[in-house]
Design a protein around this ligand. Structure first.
Ligand SMILES: NC(=O)c1ccc[n+]([C@@H]2O[C@H](COP(=O)([O-])OP(=O)(O)OC[C@H]3O[C@@H](n4cnc5c(N)ncnc54)[C@H](O)[C@@H]3O)[C@@H](O)[C@H]2O)c1
Length: 363
């Protein structure tokens, strides 16, 4: 029998009941590419979809055998088969939809970022709370295979007190896949590093200080926002944990990397985020680790199955379903997500004012 210490426990845990009726609002890129393939694989019950572009909704419904195409949001809200509304529209459209869904008493899975302004994100969370409906955010990197496996190892004490957490990504990102991002003045941290920030918060909780530097690639053309960023999160832990998130989306050489690394008082964990090497094709994550505490100084490595996108997309919806069943909170509950957005806002303030920002400055 395998030593339980070596069980990485990185695959999603589905709740007992998974047949909740799901209606999708917004049938664009991420829904077709990641959400629906994953829900189909796990046999979730998608009862219908709606998009402001009716052709898009009809095409998606036909491709994934979705029984119903709604003419508008009201039709979804009147449909008793719908328990969960999954919203996947650009962030500045999310609040208006949340208001209606919450008023109809349906639970929600919202896209990240919850909003592109912190004030609106807070309003989204307030509205859901007031209506007493569950609101989860599709911050699915927490279910990335390498991140989950690393967390299991850390929880089992393989590397002791963690002193350093790092995600470093230097790749060539196909920004043209998301046309509407081109005009966003806040680009990299708001839409990409937000995943790494949320994953680090999942592993280590909230930092005290955030320091961030933002830059652009000289030939990034019509992209308005930053595309190269470095963010440091300092923690008030006995081990003085420091987290580094460094992203360059314009590495046009063939020397790509997308790595995570956790160093502790007893050992270290290294891995790769396979998806980022050649997005969107990608490859599975890798992980290796060693410890002075267990199996002293033997180096371990494991093969992980699946990829961050699309496979991790089962995580947020499964967690929301469990929260509904147990009347608890989803792992990526809206309130929790506000602290991810606080770090994002702190990063922009830090870069703008050339200083470190305390998390509690963002209110
Ligand atoms: N979680 C992730 O990893 C991840 C990845 C990519 C995108 N996203 C997020 O998902 C959202 C959608 O991104 P995308 O790349 O699919 O965009 P997209 O432009 O491909 O799709 C958005 C769709 O929403 C529809 N839409 C817009 N306003 C609407 C409204 N009021 N009612 C109904 N439909 C409406 C559009 O017609 C379009 O089909 C964004 O918030 C983005 O940040 C998240």
């Amino acid at each position: 029998m395998q030593d339980p210490l070596l069980d990485l426990d990185y695959k999603p845990h589905l709740p007992p009941k998974i047949d909740y009726g799901i209606a999708i609002v917004g049938t664009g890129g991420i829904v077709n590419y990641a959400v629906l393939p994953t829900y189909t694989k796990h046999g979730l019950n998608v009862v219908g979809c709606f998009d402001a572009n009716s052709e898009s909704a009809a095409k998606t419904a036909s491709h994934f055998n979705i029984p119903r195409v709604y003419r508008d949001l009201d039709e979804i809200l009147e449909d008793p088969q719908v328990d969960i509304v999954e919203i996947s529209v650009p962030p500045w459209r999310q609040l208006e939809i949340v208001r209606k869904v919450a008023a109809a008493g349906k639970h929600m899975l919202c896209q990240k970022p919850l909003s592109d302004t912190f004030a609106e994100a807070k309003e989204i969370v307030r509205v859901a709370k007031e209506a007493k409906v569950k609101l989860a955010v599709n911050q699915q990197m927490r279910w990335d295979q390498g991140i989950r496996a690393a967390r299991t190892l850390m929880c089992k004490g393989w590397i002791g007190e963690v002193t350093d957490g790092q995600i470093q990504v230097s790749v060539s990102t196909p920004w043209h896949m998301w046309g509407w991002l081109a005009v966003q003045a806040r680009l990299e941290v708001m839409y990409h590093s937000i995943h790494y920030i949320d994953s680090m918060r999942y592993l280590f909780g909230d930092p005290i200080w955030i320091t961030s530097r933002h830059s652009r690639y000289p030939l990034q053309g019509n992209l308005a926002g930053e595309t190269k960023t470095v963010t440091i999160m300092d923690y008030d832990t006995p081990s003085h944990l420091q987290v580094l998130i460094a992203d360059n989306h314009y590495n046009l050489s063939d020397d790509y990397f997308a790595i995570f690394r956790f160093i502790g008082t007893e050992g270290s964990i290294n891995g790769t985020l396979g998806l980022m090497y050649n997005y969107p094709t990608g490859r599975p994550d890798t992980i290796e680790w060693s410890s002075r505490h267990y199996y002293a100084d033997k180096r371990f490595e494991a093969k992980l199955e699946g990829m961050w996108i699309p496979d991790a997309f089962i995580g947020p919806i499964a967690s929301l379903m469990r929260a509904i069943q147990e009347d608890g909170l989803p792992e990526t509950d809206g309130e929790d997500n506000l602290n991810t957005l606080r770090v994002v806002e702190a990063a922009y303030l830090s870069a703008r004012e050339n200083r470190s920002v305390r998390l509690d400055e963002i209110r």
